[in-house]
Design a protein around this ligand. Sequence first.
Ligand code: SAM
Length: 330
Amino acid sequence: MQAGADVKAESVGGDRTVTIEQALAGARVALGATSPSARLDAEILLSHVLGCGRARLHAYPGTGLDPDSTQRFEILVERRRQGEPIAYLTERREFWSLDLRVTPDTLIPRPETEHLVEAVLAAVPRGEAARIADIGTGSGAVALALARERPRALVLGSDLSPAAAGVARGNAARLGIGNVSFIVSNAGAALAAASWSVIVSNPPYVAAGDPHLATGDVRFEPREALVAGPCGLDMLETLAREAPTRLVPGGWLMLEHGGDQGGAVRALLRRAGFASIETRRDLAGHERMTRGRRPSAGGDSGRTRPRAALQSGRPPDAIGPPAERDGTDR
Ligand SMILES: C[S@@+](CC[C@H](N)C(=O)[O-])C[C@H]1O[C@@H](n2cnc3c(N)ncnc32)[C@H](O)[C@@H]1O
């Protein structure tokens, strides 16, 4: 149903005819016990069904819903009552102001992952024809944000899941972002040697036995997007091991990780020979993202500026105050 005219059309649903106001009130009651945001959820779901903005629901509360819309709304409300994330019900999530399609084949992008985007942008000047690889791209959130912000860069997103790569490709096409492509690949296997300015990843990093996997939205997300071995470090370890040979000298590896994994990830990067290793905290104060740089050919103590491919005129700690810098946690 399209916004506007269809919403205003009187329905002929007989006994099932309800107004927007009545439908929302019923949904709020139905969701009250399971959702902390019952009112908002109801409005988002009805807006989705009617193809209109939430403001229109408030502007025309007495409008009748046709039976088809009523039924579709009731089904979505029931799925929400069972705990399904709103983003999967509407197949939409905003990330970095991009309207992304998400499906149960993709992780629902998290706001804190925007810190990862900020960190890459701080290392890649706007006019730079950098080559950026986003490993474990999911819906393409990180790759698409970077490609949009750095139009001269070439961005490659990869994912083990063909379905996720397909969603990411669809997002790129719908958003008209052309300097990005997506492939199916296991970690960095498909990346050519010594050709990437930045390898960035928000990989799976949850431990297999983590009790949070049985709670909230994550119950509905793909397990392979969340879980990485008994300690959650398997894919982070793989990326730290594979990235050095695929980065240009001076290139960056930038990894999101769990709030309690900062020390382990710094150790992985040190072991793999990275320099300039540092960790950034999120707004909640948790260590959330760690980066390291492949030493340049002439040797890199970790205290020098990035080489030409990444020079931005900004100091190496331009991503913000580091939570930990290499050398402070040994
Ligand atoms: C935490 S999700 C991140 C998705 C996206 N980057 C985001 O931030 O919304 C991790 C992604 O890594 C993918 N993945 C898991 N194991 C992988 C592997 N071995 N190689 C490539 N991708 C993998 C999953 O399919 C999932 O899409």
